[in-house]
Design a protein around this ligand. Structure first.
Ligand code: SDX
Length: 430
């Protein structure tokens, strides 16, 4: 069967070009637009990449209209219900669910890389005690390459793999160290007898000289949140990791770039912004005022945790987290008025024509902070939690990209709207 094409015709010259249509396994087909340039000498124009596929990938599929999220073909609901975060990380990186032996070996390998160099530990004393933990994360993760300079040859498959394992393994240790620095508590080393999530909670909250029994409910719900935040196709931070990687930058630098991009309130920073917004709203009597602000074009305020570039239906992750909130708050006997406020805000917004017309629904960030609060995690750490989990997706995309043949540096073009060429004027004549 001949290649399906899109015929484009230049209205002024009548010149035509056949653009190849590329079909994937699932989802919308794409059009190879290189003929725009080679045939017409034109660039495509798509600010924000709303309609642009930047790559081919086998890792995650999202159907935004149906609210479907698949990781290597497995529905997020099934992974969340039956799996663990490290199993999901293995799946994202390797493409298949691990056997028990494979998972045990992966967990052992990640556990064995969870320590950080003692010299790196001293980096934290250079930060002011109230430095935002995301600022510390960007700096410390970016500096990891200084400790592994003999194993970051991105052209060597083994170096690429161990770098991904080290990043996955050390993110919780570094994250917990950020928190411990901010509260003036000593750094807690990871333990070999704790699972990934138990280790993180122990490194965050244990007190020297006291045994710290990790609450199994807390470890279980943290696993769930990490699974739900593990990957999400070509979101802004993953695209940042891919773009940085296209220059040949080392993996630690690429992930640090992803952490920086995630920090923005339009992206991963939204979970922190949601709690601050709910706190500012205070009680249900103020909801109409904030809904009006969100709808007011002259007001930059947006309803944080609402809306999504891809989902024009419920974000399946938000649905799962909302359900988990009920169970976790009850089991932890943690009554959070902000949860009730969030439920009321959602109910009112979803009945409002402005949100209905624009298909604005709660996204993954709307409820996650409710659970993080119940676990005792401070609001400034919420985006750090997102970064820990998304390291699985970032490294999976980085590895997928580095395995591709014919890699090219990512270098978008532009539509120049500045002044035409002009001559230099000496300062005396200005
Ligand atoms: C994440 O990409 C991913 O996959 C990201 C993520 C992941 O897992 O990696 O899912 C994680 O980042 C989730 C999103 C977290 N961000 C927020 O909750 C911040 C609040 N949301 C908005 O900033 C916004 O919805 C975005 C950034 C999420 C999406 O922005 P888009 O796709 O550019 O949408 P848009 O701004 O073009 O909105 C379309 C319309 C506009 O109104 P009109 O100009 O058509 O009149 O909807 C309005 C927007 O003003 N709108 C909102 C709104 N979100 C969109 N109005 C009020 N409140 C909002 N939250």
């Amino acid at each position: 069967m001949s290649q399906d094409t899109l015929t484009v015709t230049h209205s002024r010259t009548g010149m035509t070009a056949e653009l190849p249509i590329l079909e994937g396994t699932l989802g919308q087909p794409t059009v190879d637009i290189n003929a725009f340039n080679s045939k017409f000498g034109y660039f495509s124009y798509d600010p924000g990449f709303v309609s642009t596929a930047s790559c081919k990938s086998e890792i995650t599929y999202i159907d935004g209209d149906a609210g479907i999220l698949l990781h290597r073909g497995y529905p997020i609901e099934q992974l969340a219900e039956r799996g663990t975060f490290l199993e999901t990380a293995y799946l994202l990186i390797n493409g298949e669910l691990p056997t028990k032996h494979e998972l045990d070996a992966f967990m052992h390998e990640v556990g064995g890389e969870s320590m950080i160099h003692e010299a790196l530990r001293h980096f934290f004393s250079g930060f002011h005690y109230d430095a935002h933990p995301m600022a510390m994360m960007v700096g410390v993760v970016g500096s990891l390459s200084a400790f592994y300079h003999n194993q970051i040859d991105i052209n060597r498959r083994d170096d690429r793999r161990i770098s991904a394992i080290r990043l996955l393994a050390k993110m919780p240790t570094i994250a917990a160290a950020c928190y411990r620095h901010s509260i003036g508590m000593p750094f807690v080393y990871p333990r070999a007898d704790r699972s990934y999530c138990e280790n993180f909670l122990n490194m965050m909250f244990s007190v020297p000289g006291q045994n710290y029994p990790v609450d199994p409910i807390a470890a279980k719900v943290l696993n769930l949140l990490f699974i739900l935040h593990a990957d999400h196709e070509q979101n802004a931070s993953t695209s940042t990791v891919r773009l940085a990687s296209s220059t040949g930058a080392n993996p630690y630098a690429c992930i640090a770039a992803g952490i920086a991009a995630l920090w923005g309130p339009a992206h991963g920073g939204a979970n922190e912004a949601v709690i601050k917004m709910l706190t500012e709203i205070g009680d249900s009597s103020q909801i109409p005022k904030f809904i009006a602000k969100a709808k007011d074009k002259n007001d930059p305020f947006k309803l944080m945790g609402f809306g999504h570039r891809v989902y024009k239906n419920f974000d399946p992750r938000a649905t799962i987290i909302r359900k988990a909130c009920y169970a976790v708050l009850e089991k932890l006997d943690f009554n959070d008025p902000l949860f009730n406020l969030a439920l009321e805000l959602e109910e009112i917004a979803l009945k409002d024509e402005y949100f209905i017309e624009r298909k604005l629904y709660p996204n993954v960030d709307f409820y996650s902070g409710i659970i993080y609060k119940a676990l005792g995690i401070p609001v400034e750490m919420f985006t750090v939690m997102f970064a820990i989990a998304r390291t699985a997706g970032w490294t999976a995309h980085w590895l997928e990209m580095k395995d591709e043949p014919n890699q090219r540096i990512a270098r978008p073009r532009q539509l120049y709207v500045g002044v035409p060429q002009r001559e230099y004027v000496s300062i005396e004549k200005r």
